[in-house]
Ligand binder design. Sequence first.
Ligand code: NGQ
Ligand code: ZN
Length: 459
Amino acid sequence: MKLLAERALLPNGWAERVLIETDASGCIVSVTPQAQREPGMESVRGFTVPGMPNVHSHAFQRAMAGSTELRLHTSDSFWTWRDTMYRFAAKIDPAQMQAIATHLYVEMLKAGFTSVAEFHYLHHDRGGKPYGDRAEMSHRLIASARAAGIAITHLPVLYAYGGFGSQPPTDGQRRFVNSADNFIALLESLDAQYRNSPHVRLGAAFHSLRAVDASMMRNVEDALARLDPTAPLHIHAAEQLNEVEECARWTGQRPVEWLLDNVGIDEHWCIVHATHLDDREVLRLAQSGAVAGLCPTTEANLGDGVFPAPAFLSASDRFGIGTDSHVVVSVFEELRMLEYGQRLMRHERAILASDDEPSPGRRIHVAASVGGARALGIHAGRIMPGCRADLVALDSDHRVFWNTELTKILDAWIFSGDSTCVRDVMVGGRWHIRDGRHALDADIGAACRSALTTLLLSL
Ligand code: NGQ
Ligand code: ZN
């Protein structure tokens, strides 16, 4: 296919009349700025930017977004939210999971996300027993991504303990729990089934240092490397101060420090949140090659804290953004929150810009697309040969872009735009959003709505 983009953001900057050629698999094979229009080329209006990978999703939590904000305790916190989330998670069945995830993944596409890392731990049935097919819930999530058209990096999560010190799981955690052996069997069956599926990638995750131990981590890493030595590995770490303190009590080290010393954290890893880091951890994490998986709106919503982005970014560009609990599903809101968190703390502006890149919006959009693709283990995130044609066309007729210079387009979207700025979205050479609409719009609302109605009762 031959696309002729009016304007496109290439690795070395904005270019006009960009011919983007893709092959049958949806991969970009050539990119030519200043091309002449020829018959057979499809015009792409507006500002074309790389599609954004979403590095962290718990799809089912979308269904409780907005319903967990009431004050119910003398001190509401991440941990009281988690109790509510467990009660909610206890009720979801596979059909409801699929209805919620399909709707969510369409919303992600509309927001400008073209791929998603689904951090999936709701493995078992409502009684805590494995489904007849242990991968039942995984199949539902992958089917949802396929129906929506978003690329997925599926990350089954090993969750073995209820808390630090190999505590037994609580009732609320029973659906999540696997032994390392059963978990490895799950990975093997998913690998066999999806190995050759386009736009489906398999990796693995450890829920957190609260939920696994070092020997399990090694066994799973070895098993995954046997299936695919390039597969991504993710883990939640250092999101809450309480977790940092507990980790220090049990191991004598802070979570990220422990990971750096005891696990071979390298470029295959994505450390999700990494909110609470001391100066040495910031530097060591940046040097490890791992991606920091930042989820700024969820981190704000749950009262986690603020990631030390300036220090990290001065040593590494490797971060991605995720919508995590999906309190909002938006590329621009994650990036805006990332910059605003710093402004509010430091009383300065344009903090995440750099000496080479004076636009904070462009700097963090570019870094998050490239870093996100790395975290998902996919070739994407840039408009260049070898990358998948995951593209987002912003609406140049939108009010925020009127008279805006090209160098400021991403700032205009991120700091002043809204969800209607995204007009067309392509994954792997296929358009899934056209003029802000998806082919399934009329079909997916009812199932998701009825799932929500049931699930939110007595939350
Ligand atoms: C999760 N969410 O797994 O959904 C977690 C909460 C936990 C975030 N950390 C559960 N944002 O960390 O134990
Ligand atoms: Zn999470």
